[in-house]
Design a binder for this molecule. Sequence first.
Ligand SMILES: [Zn+2]
Length: 302
Amino acid sequence: MQCEEIQELIYLEAAGAADSAMVAAIRAHLATGCLACQATRAEAMLASAQLPLNLAPCPPSSKVKDELMRRVKSVAASSGAMSAGHPQAPTQKPTTGKLVMWPLVISSSIAAAFLLIAVLGLQTNQQLTNKVIGDVTTLHQLKKSLAHEVAQTNAISVAMKNAITSEHHKIAVLKTELTTAQGVEKMIGSPAMEMASLRGMPPMHSAWGRVMWNGKMKMWKLCAFNLPHLPNSKTYEVWMITAHGKKMPAGLFNTSSKTQSVMMTPHVPPNPHAMAEIAVTVEPAGGSPQPTGAVLLTGRIG
Ligand SMILES: [Zn+2]
């Protein structure tokens, strides 16, 4: 059964109108630990417990009143007769002393009845108060446990959001790498591809690299190996050099701290055919308009 149906049954139960099958259905559902329905039941029981407290007192009908008075009088009459030691006394002529006793007996019976009603009323009120206190305590506990569950759910949702963001970032990096790899594959797979070697200059004897380009596709790639990873204050800068020795900045890079290598796309000048040489220097972060550091890698591309 759905929570909505169960909650309707819960209100019927609280109003005392649920049959045994309905009560069984409610118990079975609550036993599953449904917090929403447990809260509804506590509320419904609280509301039904408070109902009598809110009812306005109503005077009894004259018929009820007459019947009550008749009973009180008959009790008083028999007790009066008993105290006089004459069980058959009501039919006999009463003495003056007995007549004086009558109102006293009646008024004390009425007082006893009122006292009984007052005591019963107090007891009922006390029971209701206890029940209300119990239900309020249950509601308070439910509220606390719900708040705890909500906090837990929120924490899980934040963790999941972070995990998703991190996965999105990884996917973006992989997409970029895939696009680069596909570009390189296209460039290498074309007969128009050309390549030149870059050799390490002192003190970077072990450094080496390759420059690949495809004039038709206007694609360039530079790979460098065994070049130490630079601190943030410095950068490697690529230079395209014409046959006349004019040096043009062609991009910045740093090598990976793990592999000491890189593959980057140089910014090729408008007329790459006029270029004779390519070189790499170390420059301050942000690069320089003209080389200031020693050449570490160089190769002929003419
Ligand atoms: Zn439920």
